[in-house]
Design a binder for this molecule. Structure first.
Ligand code: PMP
Length: 470
């Protein structure tokens, strides 16, 4: 189960931060406590809740955001928000005025749309994919029938989990992985099993070894999905090496026996590259279009407030995913779809992303410079990733230094006025044990001077706590 809350959190006690001792849910298993005997109404507690609601912990990040809000002066390197100043309010205002000022388009924007998304937008999304994958216009002709527009990519991730996973099914994830997706799996009652990463992302030898051991235990048929944040990962900042992309698809195909094992490629940070070009997506290595589900979003590259994402699905997943989406909301907000379609069509979007790259590159360089400067005196004891894109740096302290929610470092950081996300949130319970010496640092929100000051405070807090292990 997911951990953990901040020490400052006043809500009732939960399983301890790094307490992963609760068993993973198996088929038909439940983590619910037995209902109390019938008694006088109203009944206390949450016995009316479904098993899914009962096992779902509150989102990790909201507690950290509350802590940041409650502590003015605190430099938050925690929340994965985008840079506030960069948000394209003028472009959005112009395009919204164009749409709403036109009687036909304006009324269309204010009406319900279709569940799978506006056709004009889906065609623009296919054209964007062609540009991103460096192929000729028209190469992906007809692909719009396999594109589903969603309310952020978060909804697509949820819908895919809903479409593919029953309680007890297994998803193989990078260790560390995007902790919100671990929450989705928790709700579905699925088991997440971590696969080790290195500087090239998920290790395919480790993936294969995990599949082999599941096969030996008779559990291979429960494996449904391999989840990868392939570009500038949240939380590690690492991208899946180009040389692993084709082989990962081949591996998923080879291990698909009684049913297909899909790859869910979460490309939330695609486009935010600060050094050289990005490789072709994993999805591009699946020309049959049967194995890889591609999840994209405009939250990081345009506006999270517009909450617009999309998925490119294998043909046989389109109907189930669209049917489930029908039950969620029967269509994503039409106005934001039409705005996005226009900024994609007239080049505004790509110009904006170009500017973002330059701005985040400066921030990335600022935080890496600060880390190098601060940690130079303890040469090599603390290490961190050097992301070529995205907004995250993954920091490792020596084993034994506890950066978790109940550890000394986080408490010291709060005293000194800086916040990070404990890395332990990003590890699934299996295979365990969950390490506690990692932190996720986001350079998306804070300005350059705050990034430098924040890293200084973090280094001071770590130095306070590391003396005993030195
Ligand atoms: N995937 C990853 C890896 C993310 O970091 C995020 C946002 N933090 C999302 C998906 C979801 O973002 P949205 O729903 O806004 O598209």
């Amino acid at each position: 189960m997911r951990p953990n809350r901040l020490e400052t959190d006043p809500s009732p006690a939960r399983p301890a931060a790094e307490d992963r001792s609760r068993p993973a849910p198996g088929p038909g298993s439940s983590t619910r406590t037995p209902s109390p005997r019938p008694g006088p109404l109203p009944m206390a507690g949450n016995s009316a809740l479904s098993a899914a609601a009962d096992r779902t912990e509150p989102p990790v990040i909201s507690e950290f955001m509350q802590t940041a809000l409650a502590n003015p002066g605190l430099i938050s390197l925690a929340a994965g928000f985008v840079d506030q100043e960069s948000l394209p309010h003028q472009d959005a205002a112009r395009v919204a005025a164009e749409i709403l000022g036109d009687p036909v388009e304006g009324r269309r924007a204010l009406q319900y749309g279709t569940t799978n998304g506006d056709l004009g937008l889906r065609r623009q999304l296919v054209a964007l994919l062609e540009r991103n994958e460096l192929v000729h216009a028209g190469t992906f002709e007809g692909l719009e029938s396999r594109v589903v527009v969603t309310t952020g990519s978060a909804q697509l991730l949820y819908l895919v989990a809903e479409a593919l996973l029953d309680p007890g099914d297994i998803v193989l994830v990078e260790a560390p992985t995007y902790f919100v997706f671990l929450g989705v799996l928790e709700t579905r009652g699925a088991r997440a099993i971590g696969v080790a990463i290195d500087e090239g992302g998920m290790r395919l030898d480790a993936l294969e070894a995990t599949l082999k051991s599941l096969e030996a235990r008779g559990e291979l048929d429960r494996v449904k999905l391999i989840y990868t944040v392939a570009e500038h990962s949240n939380p590690s900042g690492i991208s899946l090496a180009e040389s692993r992309r084709g082989p990962m698809v081949e591996l998923a195909r080879r291990w698909s026996r009684r049913h297909r094992i899909h790859i869910l490629e979460d490309a939330a940070y695609r486009g935010l590259n600060y050094e050289g070009d990005e490789p072709s997506s994993v999805w591009r290595h699946d020309p049959e279009g049967e194995t890889v589900i591609l999840a994209r979003t405009f939250s990081k590259t345009f506006s999270p407030g517009m909450k617009l994402g999309f998925g490119v699905l294998p043909a046989d997943l389109v109907r189930p995913v669209v049917s489930l989406k029908g039950n969620h909301d029967f269509g994503t907000t039409n106005l934001t779809q039409l705005i996005l379609a226009r900024v994609l069509a007239d080049g505004t979007y790509e110009r904006h992303v170009e500017g973002l790259r330059a701005m985040y590159r400066r921030k990335r360089d600022a935080i890496l410079g600060a880390l190098a400067g601060e940690f130079a005196p303890i040469d090599g004891a603390v290490t961190w990733t050097r992301p070529r894109g995205g907004m995250f740096v993954w920091l490792a302290a020596p084993v034994g230094v506890d950066l978790g929610t109940r550890g000394a470092v986080l408490a010291r950081c709060l005293e000194r006025g800086v916040l990070y996300i404990p890395g332990s949130f990003s590890f699934p319970a299996e295979p365990g044990p969950v390490p506690t010496n990692y932190a996720r640092i986001c350079f998306g929100v804070a300005g350059e001077s705050d990034l430098i000051e924040g890293v200084g405070r973090l280094a001071a807090a770590l130095a306070d706590c590391m003396d005993p292990v030195a």
